[in-house]
Design a binder for this molecule. Sequence first.
Ligand SMILES: NC(=O)c1ccc[n+]([C@@H]2O[C@H](COP(=O)([O-])OP(=O)(O)OC[C@H]3O[C@@H](n4cnc5c(N)ncnc54)[C@H](OP(=O)(O)O)[C@@H]3O)[C@@H](O)[C@H]2O)c1
Length: 338
Amino acid sequence: MKGEQIKEQTKGFHVAVVGATGAVGQQMIKTLENRKFPIAQLSLLSSARSAGKKIVVNGVEYTVQEAKPESFKGVDIALFSAGGSISKELAPHAVKHGAIVVDNTSAFRMDENVPLVVPEVNENDLLNHNGIIANPNCSTIQMVVALEPIRQQFGLNKVIVSTYQAVSGSGAVAVEELTEQSKAILNNEAFEPAILPVKSDKKHYQIAFNAIPQIDVFQENGFTYEEMKMINETKKIMHAPGLNVAATCVRIPVAVGHSESVFIEIDKEGVSVDEIKELLKEAPGVVLQDDPANQVYPMPADCVGSNDVFVGRIRKDLDDTKGFHLWVVSDNLLKGAA
Ligand SMILES: NC(=O)c1ccc[n+]([C@@H]2O[C@H](COP(=O)([O-])OP(=O)(O)OC[C@H]3O[C@@H](n4cnc5c(N)ncnc54)[C@H](OP(=O)(O)O)[C@@H]3O)[C@@H](O)[C@H]2O)c1
């Protein structure tokens, strides 16, 4: 199926949201409402646990149903956000029923037959899908939106990123864990970490008043899977297999909004900070917030609810003549997923 075959129907589309009760699913529903997306029919799907739950969308009450292979009959667009294993199992059924799948999980991102798309960077890749379009990891999206205009203008040799990621990146239960732990600590009560850094891993650590240098599970090379996602997805989205990328991903006690300290080495000599700023001022989806004299820089508390990527603290490296430092912040649930 080709992108140009997506035709707007007179009454709108039959949309399915898989993972409708989750942190991302809820934002997807809000985004469909806010953008007045033409919806003729809406299927809200979850696991059996939430089946029967009521969700009001555009003033209409919908009953959440358990996601099953046959849930996709007649569906035009299926937005998947219920975890990689669910996407692997159910997305092929949705495609078989004629739906176009937009998948938020890591299930298909590195599949060479599946485009991995950030509209501001590689929109044209959408034209070559086979029914499934993958949405990158939240921390990758905000970084490539900020870096692509620089790469196009000055070339890019190297990216070294350290992230400061919000707990909502680990789902609604992680936000609850941060809230409950914070209350317990402030009230001098006992608590038992159970979700972060990774629910299925051996140990769990306190996130309230802490920073955890592990997001997702460790790989044999010493990087975590989240870090490898940033590395591999950035190269794929930018069509730059030779780009040097390294990442360190850290979870911090913020509910929503990922921050990133990014070092880049561009290809061209003699570029000034002002030239980078001018470029980013005009860049699609980017808001420049960079005025150190007036203490203006992006912070997660200010970016919640925005679809933009905020960039500030742009400095030239003191030793590397082609090196620059940037601070990149965005709403991980909205820009990074929904
Ligand atoms: N949070 C982020 O910033 C972010 C960003 C990009 C991508 N993602 C990806 O998006 C996915 C969801 O993340 P989230 O943060 O929204 O997680 P979440 O808050 O834990 O929500 C998970 C959703 O998946 C549903 N679900 C779980 N098991 C299911 C099953 N067997 N069949 C059908 N539905 C099932 C849940 O339904 P119940 O209510 O029934 O449990 C819930 O609606 C993950 O793959 C994540 O990696 C997240």
